[in-house]
Design a protein around this ligand. Structure first.
Ligand SMILES: [Zn+2]
Length: 312
């Protein structure tokens, strides 16, 4: 999907069908049983807001109303034309800045900023739903820690710095990875994370930071590079290095720097966005479609609908 195709779709008045086909909304079927009373049937009726209809229970004691927007995570509490929403998602998926998006869509910058935050939050939910252990026998995982420093320049001459440590690992074969914010680099902090994220029997490569000593006792094969004496690769075996995780860190830092102009205070969500982008790009380079899939995965589903389909 490119911008030209998207504009064609919006102009062609196909927005509702597009939302439906992409699974971004989950309206009840016409004539399906009401989820509230369980006896009345849901019927379409006209309303003022887009798409011009909503569903209403025909049981007079109930009269439950379902607005289409209430069946969507994306549309919940959003008062924007659906076509504008698609354009904002497009701009976000293509990594436009909010200023660029404002210029393209002619939409209030604060609106775009808050919508971008919402989309970033969606990637955070993705990370929670997709967190899984990585590695396994025969796999090599590089692990490393990194520090990000955020300087706050105050009006006075005091400069406050905020150091945030991150710990991560990446599988050389599958490119599965994890990144976690950690309070420090102590053994008692890092080892439990290794245990919960990396499957036993995995080969782990790291630098020779003391926290990683004795990883063999934890059920892993372990080799290290001694960065403190200037080694980039292990002199005995050049394949033992941590270059892949280090390039992951530089990617993350570049990404954070680019997004740095709109600090909404939630660094974790930016990290989730980076994680989601990196992961999805491997599977599907069309990031707009990937974003729609992400949003469709958050649409509330209803067991009642499935029950009704069985009795139909
Ligand atoms: Zn009802």
């Amino acid at each position: 999907m490119n911008l030209r195709a998207l504009i064609g779709l919006i102009d062609g008045d196909l927005v509702y069908d597009y939302f439906l086909n992409k699974g971004l909304i989950n309206p009840p079927e016409e004539g399906s049983l009401c989820r509230n009373c369980g006896t009345g049937k849901m019927n379409k009726q006209k309303c003022d807001s887009f798409p011009g209809f909503e569903f209403r229970c025909r049981n007079h004691q109930c009269r439950q109303r379902i607005k289409i927007s209430s069946t969507s995570w994306l549309l919940y509490n959003v008062k924007l034309p659906w076509s504008t929403i698609l354009l904002i998602i497009y701009c976000w998926s293509m990594q436009y800045t909010t200023s660029q998006a404002e210029h393209e869509i002619k939409c209030n910058k604060n609106t775009i900023t808050s919508f971008f935050s919402k989309l970033r939050y969606a990637t955070h939910l993705y990370c929670i739903l997709h967190s899984k252990t990585i590695g396994g026998p025969g796999h090599i995982i590089e692990i490393d820690e990194t520090c990000m420093v955020k300087r706050k320049y105050n009006r006075g001459r005091y400069t406050e710095s905020m150091h945030t440590w991150y710990f991560g690992g990446i599988d050389r074969t599958t490119r599965d990875f994890f990144i976690v914010q950690v309070p420090d680099r102590k053994k008692k902090t890092l080892v439990p994370i290794i245990r919960s994220m990396i499957i036993q029997g995995t080969t782990i490569y790291s630098d020779s930071w003391s926290s990683y000593k004795k990883l063999c006792d934890e059920g892993y094969y372990h080799d290290a590079v001694n960065h403190s004496i200037g080694e980039f690769v292990n002199p005995d075996d050049h394949s033992i290095n941590t270059q892949l995780i280090e390039s992951t860190w530089s990617g993350l830092k570049r990404f954070m720097k680019k997004k740095g102009e709109h600090k909404d205070g939630n660094i974790g969500n930016y990290m989730s966005e980076y994680y989601w982008r990196r992961k999805r790009k491997l599977e599907d380079p069309d990031m707009f479609q990937a974003a729609l899939q992400l949003l469709a995965s958050l649409v509330p589903q209803s067991d009642e609908y499935e029950e009704f389909e069985e009795t139909q």
